[in-house]
Ligand binder design. Structure first.
Ligand code: V47
Length: 354
């Protein structure tokens, strides 16, 4: 059976077939991905009202692609205390945020209680707010730095009010590329193990893939298939998020950046391959809002959220330092021909903008 028929019959694709998808023209791929998207979600496009908080940029690890962590290229170290974090959370909740997405660098100075206490204090003050926090890379860092097992860190997160885990730290699973990008950080197997353990606790998470740097198309397919395998076992991933590499202020030497076509193909292919992950998120901070809006026609059904402020990608050149106004966000999705749906962090529908 040819590849297109296989996709139309909803048959699972192999690594080689996944790679071959890239050889299809963009519009064929878009059509195939859109059929699947519409089957799953119709014309709905999901987003949430959220606030990203990045409480420290002091990092014990070195990732070549990172412009955020304090280093020679970013000498301005900062670490917020709990009071400052709580202040931001308070402001965000006052502005309508229902989710706080809290991701830090790997800070060796302040201990486990600095991480956990922040979650606990937020949750005590705002029990209804959803805390999406701690990438698998941070969890692995606490394990390495303080001798805690993954189970212990995950249980502490739950005790202190973390509701779900973000998908960060996955980068690219291929071991050679990963060693070049971020040697010493959580390995691919460990990243998957941490998410598996989290899912086994009945909790949900997301999965990212950082692409458009030194990886090949084959590496992207391999990354997606490793996620598909784990999802078959646990079913705990809500969304797959292809993050487009931002090139400013970091130590990674990249010659060729992905074209808009390549980015759209990657969204579409992820929709086709990841038949068991419900949502494909076009995170506008890295794709740009315009491409994210177009990505809705190429398999993506989620645009993340209003963000309010973001420090990791914007340090590397993304236009996401400031977030997006809710009414603008809704209007843009509508004008693109889709139905904006405000969701909570676990994809329950809160408001459908008809
Ligand atoms: O893991 C770092 C990435 C990630 C760069 O789960 C970069 O809903 C592009 O994981 N160019 C953190 N990306 C952000 C993240 C995330 C974002 C939005 C939603 C969710 C979710 C998760 O940021 C890191 C890393 O892959 N990153 N540097 C850069 N130069």
């Amino acid at each position: 059976m040819d590849l297109i028929s296989k996709v139309r019959n909803r048959q699972r694709l192999t690594q080689a077939e996944g790679e071959a998808l890239y050889d299809l023209d963009l519009f064929t791929l878009g059509e195939l991905a859109d059929e699947i998207r519409q089957e799953k979600h119709g014309k709905k496009s999901f987003f949430n009202v959220n606030r990203h908080i990045n409480p420290t940029n002091v990092c014990a690890d070195i990732c070549k692609f990172c412009a955020y962590s304090a280093s020679r290229k970013n000498p301005n170290q900062y670490t917020m205390d709990h009071e400052q974090i709580l202040q931001i959370a308070t402001q965000a909740v006052a502005n309508g945020a229902k989710e706080l997405h809290i991701v830090s660098a790997h800070n060796p100075n302040d201990g486990v209680e600095w991480y956990m206490g922040a979650f606990r204090k937020i949750k005590e003050k705002f029990p209804e707010v959803h805390i999406k926090a701690m990438t698998a890379a941070e969890i692995d860092f606490l394990h390495r730095e303080y001798g805690l097992s993954y189970d212990e860190v995950l249980d502490m997160m739950i005790e202190n009010g973390v509701d779900s885990m973000p998908g960060g730290g996955a980068e690219i699973f291929d071991e050679k590329i990963r060693e070049y990008l971020c040697k010493g950080k959580v390995t691919s197997d460990q990243w998957l193990e941490i998410h598996r353990k989290w899912h086994e606790r009945g909790r949900e998470s997301n999965a990212t893939m950082l692409f458009g740097h030194v990886e090949t198309r084959a590496h992207r397919i391999d990354h997606m298939l490793r996620l598909r395998d784990l999802q078959d076992k646990t079913g705990g991933f809500n969304a797959f998020i292809p993050l487009v590499y931002q090139k400013e202020n970091n130590f990674l030497k990249v010659e060729n950046f992905p074209t808009g076509q390549e980015i759209l193909k990657t969204y579409a292919i992820s929709r086709i391959l990841l038949d068991n992950i419900p949502h494909i998120k076009a995170y506008w901070a890295t794709s740009t809002i315009n491409l994210a809006l177009i990505a809705q026609e190429f398999g993506a059904d989620d645009l993340d959220g209003t963000i309010e402020k973001e420090s990791i990608q914007s340090a590397a050149g993304a236009a996401s330092a400031q977030g997006m106004k809710l009414e603008d966000f809704v209007a843009m999705i509508q004008n693109a021909g889709f139905i904006p749906v405000e969701r909570d962090s676990l994809y329950h529908e809160l408001k459908v903008y008809t």
